[in-house]
Design a protein around this ligand. Sequence first.
Ligand SMILES: Cc1cc2nc3c(=O)[nH]c(=O)nc-3n(C[C@H](O)[C@H](O)[C@H](O)COP(=O)(O)OP(=O)(O)OC[C@H]3O[C@@H](n4cnc5c(N)ncnc54)[C@H](O)[C@@H]3O)c2cc1C
Length: 135
Amino acid sequence: MAIAGVRWNQDIMKACAFDAVRAGATVPPALPDSDAEIDAHIRATASTIWHVCGTCKMGRDSMAVVDAELRVHGLTGLRVADASVMPQVVSGNTNAAVIRIAEKASDMIRRRPPLPTDACCASLISLPQGAVPTR
Ligand SMILES: Cc1cc2nc3c(=O)[nH]c(=O)nc-3n(C[C@H](O)[C@H](O)[C@H](O)COP(=O)(O)OP(=O)(O)OC[C@H]3O[C@@H](n4cnc5c(N)ncnc54)[C@H](O)[C@@H]3O)c2cc1C
């Protein structure tokens, strides 16, 4: 998939729309051609950037590590409450989502009921996609 992604990016940059502004490849200086070259380049340069997550899948299937209340399958008294339980990387930065996961975990451990859905939340939920609420 990563090799396909690199090729896709190369194709985008070869588009005529970029002819006037394209200066040539910089990293790596020469565009890799073969799958093996692209693979080597990815292995040498790829990183996770700063939003690592999703190493402890939540769910019930054989790959899942925690259940819906963040309890580790097969163990008692252990929960995971951090970015690792995110099923997918969130579309924005991760820190606020991690704090929310931690707050929810705290509520579950203390057996506090979910917060009521107030009028503001209800109006947000019922808004059409992309609409901005007015108060
Ligand atoms: C350089 C950088 C910049 C970032 N900038 C942003 C940003 O601007 N906005 C944003 O939303 N997100 C940002 N992030 C991402 C955000 O910081 C993380 O998503 C978030 O901190 C993840 O929280 P976490 O609790 O899952 O993990 P962490 O915050 O990494 O907490 C894990 C904790 O576990 C401890 N630990 C590890 N192993 C053990 C062990 N064996 N025993 C005991 N303790 C252990 C570690 O010391 C650490 O305190 C950034 C990340 C980085 C690295």
